[in-house]
Ligand binder design. Structure first.
Ligand SMILES: *[C@@H]1O[C@H](CO)[C@@H](O)[C@H](O)[C@H]1NC(C)=O
Ligand SMILES: *[C@@H]1O[C@H](CO)[C@@H](O)[C@H](O)[C@H]1NC(C)=O
Ligand SMILES: *[C@@H]1O[C@H](CO)[C@@H](O)[C@H](O)[C@H]1NC(C)=O
Length: 211
């Protein structure tokens, strides 16, 4: 395990140096002893959630930060209605190492994640029951218990605090926060849509998973 992490770190160095669009890696490496780069520990122990009004995960342990990429889905009752949320579908990628190495990284700067390897899927069981099926962490069904406007609320979906429900949950996950969202907000109206049409809006988010 350690050996492969170390090799990953080595492999990332030329990439980081050659890719100035990843300033996070760059600035981190600049100050370090490049003759003996430390292997990333991917230890989430010191990673702090981005500031928000959401209640903190008291007494829980951060076990994963996943990058979610997919669509938020809405439907239209008729062309004069407002779009109504009917869930989302997203692939999940393991962002724990990226966050551990750069705790303040926002969604868009997580460029080092290997997106060929999905670690699970986020979907909805019904309109109000998000589900996360994650390799190694089981299946978790949750309910929204709190939300907060994103810093750019016109384009980015709200930040959420989701609480695991006993029903449909097979592992130890207790709470999932949706943070650092990008995109996903519905158009203001259903103009141009027929009754029953589904609108899908691309989004990304960090899912902070606690057990
Ligand atoms: C850099 O790493 C090398 C090899 O581990 C070590 O000998 C050297 O003292 C380190 N230099 C600094 C400034 O930490
Ligand atoms: C949401 O949209 C995706 C296409 O991005 C689709 O595959 C999925 O079935 C939709 N889910 C719901 C609940 O509408
Ligand atoms: C995420 O990656 C870290 C570091 O490689 C690993 O320890 C952890 O088990 C992974 N988590 C999942 C859910 O794949």
């Amino acid at each position: 395990m350690h050996a492969s992490l170390f090799l990953t770190a080595i492999a990332l160095i030329p990439f980081a140096v050659a890719a100035p669009r990843h300033p996070s890696f760059h600035s981190r490496r600049d100050g370090e002893n490049t003759s003996a780069p430390a292997a990333p520990t991917c230890d989430l122990g010191n990673v702090q959630q981005p500031a928000s009004v959401l209640a903190p995960p008291t007494g829980l342990q951060l076990v994963l930060v996943a990058l979610g990429k997919g669509t938020q889905n809405y439907t239209c009752a008729d062309p004069t209605a407002a779009p109504a949320a009917i869930g989302a579908l997203a692939q999940l990628y393991n962002a724990s190492c990226a966050l551990a190495g750069n705790p303040s990284a926002s969604t868009t700067s997580l460029g080092s994640i290997d997106e060929s390897a999905s670690i699970g899927e986020h979907f909805f069981v019904d309109n109000t029951t998000p589900d996360f099926d994650i390799f190694g962490l089981g299946n978790t069904q949750l309910k929204k218990v709190q939300d907060a406007s994103a810093p750019k609320p016109d384009s980015d979906v709200k930040w959420l605090r989701l609480q695991a429900q006993a029903q449909g949950t097979t592992g130890g996950v207790k709470m999932i926060y949706r943070l650092n969202t990008v995109g996903g907000v519905a158009p203001a109206t259903c103009a141009g849509q027929a009754a029953g049409d589904v609108i899908t809006v691309d989004y990304e988010a960090q899912y902070w998973v606690y057990a």
